[in-house]
Design a protein around this ligand. Structure first.
Ligand code: SF4
Ligand code: SF4
Ligand code: FES
Length: 254
């Protein structure tokens, strides 16, 4: 279908309230939702608040809900939707204005996760570190995260139940997995996972995995393996005793 005009509805307002406002936007070939929103800002509503940066699906700034689905505006072609597009801000975070939300809670959570910690021998030695290729690849998948927080937005634990005080959310399960599964990291973050990070609140619905623009298998490759590691240490009595007496790992977050 050849499109000439788009009926673009954008949620306008702030924490006190707001509404969807319709704009008629001329469509050109290859247009993405962010192009249309920026056209409105340039031609019809100079005070429209929208966050973006790279326009290349790499900075994670332009997250929004497009026709009800969490997506990056700069990576979503208008052509996928025909002539009706509705854009709302992410619902899981406090609204600042129009399409801009306050995602600072995520950065506070990030600070609570102990960083990569190699052994003293590895840290002080001059030998190059050797790792299995499969360990390198596993870590690379998690490092693709662009911190768009779309997975946090769709997670019902954070979005519907607002349990931000007890669950870090899928983005930070990915970060913890990247550290816990790194063969050169010696810190044990399982007590943190069981406690403040709250991995037990995830009931493996996989909604987070479906919206990740980097196609990280959040549930399959991060959360489920983390839950299995928790089961090993907290619910396998033999392994638990061995680990207690071996004292091999340093524990974080107890
Ligand atoms: S799988 Fe877990 S983290 Fe992902 S959306 Fe569902 S409850 Fe949230
Ligand atoms: S894991 Fe995926 S959806 Fe979640 S913040 Fe990272 S890139 Fe975005
Ligand atoms: S503008 Fe950077 S991800 Fe969309």
């Amino acid at each position: 279908m050849e499109l000439t005009n788009l009926d673009l509805k954008i949620w306008r307002g702030d924490a006190a309230g707001g509404e969807l406002v319709s704009y008629r936007v001329p469509v050109r070939e290859g247009m993405v939702v962010l192009d249309a929103v920026l056209w409105v800002q340039a031609n019809m509503a100079a005070d429209l608040a929208v966050r973006w940066n790279c326009k290349a699906a790499k900075c994670g700034s332009c997250s929004a809900e497009i026709n009800g689905f969490p997506r990056l505006m700069c990576k979503t072609p208008i052509a996928e939707y025909g002539d009706q597009v509705t854009v709302r801000p992410m619902q899981a975070f406090p609204l600042v204005k129009d399409l801009v939300t306050d995602v600072s809670w995520n950065y506070e959570v990030n600070k609570q996760i102990p960083p990569f910690t190699p052994s003293e021998k590895d840290a002080s030695g001059s030998e190059p570190w050797r790792m299995q290729q499969k360990d390198v690849e596993r870590s690379l998948e998690f490092r693709k995260c662009i911190e768009c927080f779309l997975c946090q937005d769709v997670c019902h634990v954070l979005r519907s139940h607002d349990l931000k005080g007890v669950y870090y959310g899928p983005r930070f399960m990915v970060r913890i997995a990247s550290l816990e599964m790194h063969p050169k990291d010696v810190l044990d973050r399982r007590p943190l996972l069981k406690g403040k990070a709250g991995v037990g609140y995830c009931n493996i619905t996989k909604c987070c995995q479906e919206v990740c623009p980097e196609h990280i298998k959040i549930t399959d490759n991060a959360i489920i393996p983390l839950k299995e590691r928790m089961d090993d240490v907290y619910f396998d009595p033999v392994r638990s005793v061995i680990q207690r007496f071996s004292g091999a790992n340093r524990k974080a977050g107890e």
